[in-house]
Design a protein around this ligand. Structure first.
Ligand code: CA
Length: 228
């Protein structure tokens, strides 16, 4: 089903007053909103509504924002803004490389949040367009290269979506494993290597000259389209 109406923002925030205030401002700016007041119900809502953006509070009952961010990133590149009550937290969060698109410190003005939401959406729409012929549709878990469908397994799709969400960023095998297996199943380094190998073979079958996924010896992998 194509979305033709308002973009939907999922608000994951346990402070009712704050969530209502955010929703009011977002509605005024033309967004639709869905609100969840705890960590446990967040993931089902993400699957149910395929939001265009998520505002995710760090401290939540049930499940914290850090874990949620990781779990969402395992299957989706949806733009995500973390909300935190402490400015010191932001440095720590940045260090964790959670894949959030932005961080906002409380107390904030709802106006500022709306501005950041718009900025992040603009940025992500630009990026989501097409990277070097690669197009990813996380909601449907479909990928095409030069318009040709890539027949990927779930793990291959997650790997590609994660790598392509931050072109040029190096991911260690450990980081890739944590992200593609959020249930922390024990897998060995070789498993990642073998998934990447298959993924590259599928990409090469369509564009043999275009190397998109690079392995950095002893360090991991990164997605980097060739320079024009
Ligand atoms: Ca909270």
């Amino acid at each position: 089903m194509e979305k033709t109406t308002a973009k939907t923002v999922l608000i994951v925030e346990d402070e009712t007053k704050l969530a209502r205030l955010l929703a009011d401002y977002l509605h005024q700016a033309g967004f639709a909103t869905v609100w969840v007041d705890n960590g446990l119900d967040a993931l089902p809502r993400v699957h149910e509504h395929s939001p265009d953006l998520i505002l995710l509070d760090l401290m939540l009952p049930g499940k914290d924002g850090l874990s949620l961010c990781r779990e969402i990133r395992a299957f989706s590149t949806v733009p995500l803004i973390m909300l935190t009550a402490r400015v010191e937290e932001i440095d720590r969060l940045l260090g964790l490389e959670l894949g959030a698109d932005d961080y906002i410190c409380k107390p904030f003005s709802p106006r500022e949040v709306v501005a950041r939401v718009k900025a992040v959406l603009r940025r992500s729409e630009g990026e989501a367009a097409v990277i070097s012929g690669l197009q990813l549709d996380s909601a449907r878990q479909r990928a095409t290269l030069d318009g040709q469908p890539l027949d990927l397994t779930t793990v291959e799709f997650r790997l590609l979506a994660l790598l392509a969400s931050h072109p040029g960023r190096l991911y260690s095998r450990q980081q890739l494993m944590e992200n593609i297996y959020p249930d922390e199943r024990i897998v060995c380094d070789r498993t990642v290597d073998s998934h990447i190998k298959k993924l590259r073979r599928k990409l090469a079958a369509i564009a043999p000259q275009r190397e998109l996924i690079h392995s950095i010896y002893g360090a991991g992998y990164k997605f980097e389209p060739p320079a024009d």
